[in-house]
Design a protein around this ligand. Structure first.
Ligand code: SAM
Length: 372
């Protein structure tokens, strides 16, 4: 049958303005349906597509083999696969010589959909796409327009940490996502900032979650004794780890003593005044002569910072992700935010630190080391 009505649209003006408008419309459709990318990733993770394909090896897997392995319908699965190929998570290989069926393999991006393993990032997708984390986005404009209740509180009636204290499943999702991030960031810290841990005999991880980060740090720097410090409901379910003691408490009231206070993805959850309070407690916990606070958080580049960057700088390439993370802070925390170097300087200065250094690493976060 002849196909009609399939001609390319040629009426759009050839001038720059027409090109720009056409580009804008194309981009806009991506934003209108952008949520479907996130939803398809969640679907792929829940089905276990990456694990099934990895188990099949580099030879590739056919649609019917994958459908059998995942116990699901080929017709729906095909549409997910086609979309994931378009998004470059999967690759289509040449057909199977015996039966002509198309074969599919994981692309490097697809491997990041794994739930386990050093590089798997599935837990972060599952947290951000959970109904609990999606609901506050509906309240964002109210927060911005009227400085209404924080978006998370508007959606759930309490802040994220109080919510997690009584919702075991959500607390587990947060801890798994943080542990997943730690598996990516800690090697970047170890490779990029080994010297920061020279001469440090003990480290307290403030808001350390289930202790994954500290467990990895003491493994890389075996002379360090670790104290994992977090809210009581978090440390009470944290697994035992070699050279790590779990202590439950409230960082606004006090932090256990150590040579260095370490804090990853914690300070961005809080406004400047709260950040200063936490940093003061960290300062009180470390000795004046050799003590340091090691902060692992994003540093948003300003125009001056951008000029200093090499074009290939991995951390700089993540500027878009850092700005998205800042939106996440607005949706999910009371008054948390991502900070520029000047904003970090302000809170550190007010907390009584006399100097600090920012070390970009191969991650969204940088390492900020502060002394007093
Ligand atoms: C975004 S998570 C970061 C976890 C961990 N640092 C990581 O990167 O894997 C923030 C942590 O701060 C902890 N937290 C929140 N309020 C706290 C408080 N008042 N005292 C101690 N920890 C707190 C939370 O329980 C949570 O584990």
């Amino acid at each position: 049958m002849e196909e009609i009505g399939n001609r390319r649209e040629t009426t759009v003006s050839k001038n720059d303005c027409g090109d720009e408008e056409q580009r804008a419309e194309i981009d806009m459709w991506r934003y209108i349906f952008g949520f479907s990318e996130m939803a398809a990733l969640k679907c792929a993770i829940e089905l276990g597509i990456a694990e099934a394909m990895e188990a099949h090896g580099q030879a590739g897997i056919s649609l019917s083999e994958l459908a059998t392995a995942l116990n699901c319908s080929s017709s729906y699965l095909y549409r997910i696969i086609r979309f994931l190929i378009h998004l470059k998570f999967l690759k289509e290989k040449c057909s199977d010589a015996t039966n002509g069926a198309k074969l599919y393999t994981l692309a490097p991006l697809g491997r990041l959909l794994m739930k386990q393993g050093e590089r798997g990032m599935a837990a972060l997708v599952l947290l951000e796409t959970s109904p609990v984390m999606l609901a506050p986005w509906q309240a964002l404009s109210g927060r911005v327009r009227n400085n209404d209740r924080p978006a998370f509180e508007a959606a759930h009636g309490e802040d994220v940490w109080d919510f997690a204290a009584t919702n075991h499943n959500h607390s587990k999702l947060i801890n798994e996502a943080m542990a997943c991030d730690a598996r990516i960031v800690v090697p970047a810290i170890v490779n990029g900032c080994t010297d920061v841990f020279d001469g440090v005999e003990s480290v307290v991880d403030v808001g350390g979650g289930d202790g994954t980060t500290l467990g990895m740090l003491v493994k890389a720097f075996p002379w360090i004794k670790g104290i994992n410090f977090d809210l009581p409901h978090v440390v009470s379910v944290a697994p035992e780890r070699n050279s790590v003691e779990h202590i439950g408490g409230d960082m606004f009231k006090g932090v256990p003593q150590a040579d260095a206070a370490f804090s990853m993805w914690v300070l961005h959850d809080w406004c400047d005044e709260e950040c200063i309070e936490i940093l003061k407690k960290c300062r009180e916990a470390i000795p004046k002569d050799k003590g340091k606070v090691i902060i692992v958080d994003a540093v948003i580049e300003e125009a001056d910072d951008e000029q200093e960057k090499e074009p290939g700088d991995y951390n700089y390439k993540l500027k878009g992700a850092k700005l998205m993370l800042d939106m996440v802070m607005m949706a999910h925390t009371n008054r948390g935010k991502e900070r520029t170097r000047e904003e970090w300087r302000y809170v550190l200065d007010k907390a009584g630190f006399s100097r600090f250094v920012v070390r970009p690493i191969r991650a969204v976060q940088s390492v900020i080391v502060a002394y007093y």
